[in-house]
Write a protein that binds this ligand. Structure first.
Ligand SMILES: *Cc1c(COP(=O)(O)O)cnc(C)c1O
Length: 389
């Protein structure tokens, strides 16, 4: 082409090539909806499932494939798919592995929207969703039916903090050819090695510690079995589970500090939880590293650490209005959902409406311990507790 290009054409074409010989630590942020093919033969030859080639931005770019590969490696799996949120990752697992007529078992203490999704599958999709006691352990065998396809687990339940016996559940499930999915967000894949304990499908809300910035929503599904991965990959494609390269970049950026942050959250949370344990206002500290937390022995057996998230149950003499006033009086702790970021958070939960068999009378309040000095957090709790007395 010798004719000088018009301004409009110049504005829309680029000869940019990533520079050869430029080396740096960060993964480049590749944005694309359209991926270009050099000719029709190349277009026809390419398969959207091939992670060594690219077909369309929704299926992945070098940036998203890099995060997928790194997450699979970190978790000890072989395949990973990203989703726009942790909840989207949960939905992708359900739609990939369940169909009308199937049965799914979900723990009663599961992340609320996972339960809500189960209710929807049951109501509108002809899938039986049954809820089980998270401390059931091997007893799950008695609940497995011929049409049971999937058992959800979460370790621990991220509000009431019961720690399930994952190896026992996996043993019972696998004896009947049933898959086990684990919401492994609390351990970040660091403190609990799910595949070593025989879990089939691991889900992570990258929104939490992988991001660490209270700014990203993203999820991941990690597997180590090609045929399970392929089912999830089909759901990923059919449901259009794309993620933003900018967000992926921020998660990649957070990974290098994740273990240091996780350990700092863990240490801080144990200091704060230990202080709360001796307060007269608190009836129970629900932190898996503390003996009074249901499933503590399992945590000790299977986990190498704890996250910064735990709950407390107030003495039953305090009304909801009083514990709400306590939360409102906090200054360093902010009020809000989610966790895993640098700032401490606090949320009250109405357990009687969430769980049919909830027997504790006192108010449950969940704390996310950020990266502030634990002594400052304790001082904040101490001044806020004064509103109760
Ligand atoms: C936050 C969270 C999710 C969902 O993640 P989102 O990205 O907020 O959708 C799922 N499971 C657990 C345990 C979580 O804490």
């Amino acid at each position: 082409m010798t004719k000088k290009k018009s301004l409009q054409t110049l504005l829309t074409t680029t000869d940019y090539k990533p520079p050869v010989g430029f080396a740096a630590f960060p993964t480049a942020i590749h944005h694309a909806s359209t991926v270009l093919f050099k000719d029709v033969a190349a277009l026809r030859a390419r398969n959207w499932q091939d992670k060594n080639a690219y077909t369309y931005g929704l299926h992945g770019t070098p940036t998203t494939f890099t995060l997928e590969a790194r997450l699979a490696e970190i978790e000890g799996g072989t395949h990973c798919l990203l989703a726009p949120s942790g909840l989207a990752a949960i939905a992708m697992i359900d739609f990939a592995l369940l169909k009308t007529g199937d049965d799914v078992l979900i723990p009663e203490n599961v992340y609320g929207p996972n339960r809500e999704l189960g209710n929807w599958l049951a109501k509108d999709f002809g899938i039986a969703a049954r809820y089980y006691d998270p401390l059931i352990g091997e007893g799950i065998a008695e609940l497995i039916q011929d049409n049971t396809r999937l058992i959800w687990t979460e370790a621990p339940g991220s509000v009431s903090m019961e720690m399930p016996d994952i190896p026992s559940i996996c043993r019972a499930a696998h004896a009947r050819g049933v898959l086990v999915a684990l919401d492994n967000t609390w351990s970040s894949g660091l403190a609990f090695r799910a595949f070593d304990h025989d879990v089939d499908v691991v889900m992570q809300a990258l929104t939490k510690y992988q991001s660490g910035g209270s700014d990203i929503l993203m999820g991941a599904v990690i597997t180590r079995d090609k045929s399970i991965h392929q089912k999830i990959e089909l759901a990923h494609m059919r449901l259009g589970m794309g993620v933003s390269a900018d967000d992926v970049y921020l998660v990649l950026r957070g990974l290098s500090s994740m273990k240091l942050r996780f350990e700092a959250h863990d240490a801080g949370a144990r200091v704060v939880a230990n202080w709360l344990k001796y307060r007269d206002e608190i009836a129970h500290v629900l932190h898996p590293a503390f003996p009074e937390c249901p499933g503590h022995e399992i945590w000790k057996r299977d986990f190498t650490g704890a996250a910064g998230l735990f709950s407390v149950i107030f003495n039953e003499r305090y009304s909801e209005a009083q514990t709400d006033a306590f939360i409102d009086a906090l200054q360093l702790f902010k009020i809000g959902y989610s966790w895993g970021g640098a700032n401490s958070l606090c949320v009250p939960y109405r357990m009687q409406t969430m769980r049919q068999q909830w027997t504790q009378a006192g108010q449950l309040v969940r704390l996310n311990i950020g990266l502030e000095d634990p002594q400052d957090l304790i001082a904040d709790l101490e001044q806020a507790l004064r509103v109760l007395n």
